[in-house]
Design a protein around this ligand. Sequence first.
Ligand code: 13P
Length: 229
Amino acid sequence: MGRYDDYKQRVLRISQRLSADGYFGSKSGSAGNVSMLVEGEDAVVVTPTRMQYDVMAVADICVVDFDLAPIEGEHKPSIETPMHIATYKARADVSAVIHTHQTFASALSILNQPIPPLFDEVTLAIGNVIDVVPYALSGTRELHDNVARKLANRCHCYILQNHGTLCIGTDLDKTFTFVELLEKSAHIYMQALATGKPITVLPEKTVAQLHAAVIARQDREIARKQTNH
Ligand code: 13P
């Protein structure tokens, strides 16, 4: 078994699940991308660019360093790899990144509408807001810079204006759950907005407590990584 095979298997498994569940916008296309940070290395394991998920194999997953130099794999990495690397550099608590084109969050992306704190279990998982990253063309430096600026809010999900989403976490399974919670929240928020009636959000004090718990969890993960390396 190769040095990065376990990472590659996990990236492939989650990518195919996201695709089969429709989170990439189509079940047969190649949109979206997934990566993991290699623990203790400046290297990422990432899906290849423009490859359908249902035909993707472990050997197709790429490993590149932070300068995009190839370490393993014969395909070009996702065009959004620099956005994933920018995320790992900006957020020491993050070891997994998922970029989707999921339906209801994408609807909010064209309304340029952040999701306020609506449910306590979602706020405890994702943080106090699901903010919108201003539009820039896919794969560009401008998009990576716009993302990097928003990451300072220490949340786990972002809506990319007129594009899709970015979900980040300590591992791929938890990040997959953030993708699901984001879609649930976006779906309910859209339905509620469509009634035209006023929407209630969580009380400010509760939001502050829940967000503090999110930050404390991140700080514990950063300390764990520092102890291990
Ligand atoms: P890749 O196929 O290069 O990963 O690009 C897909 C995408 O969603 C770009 O934003």
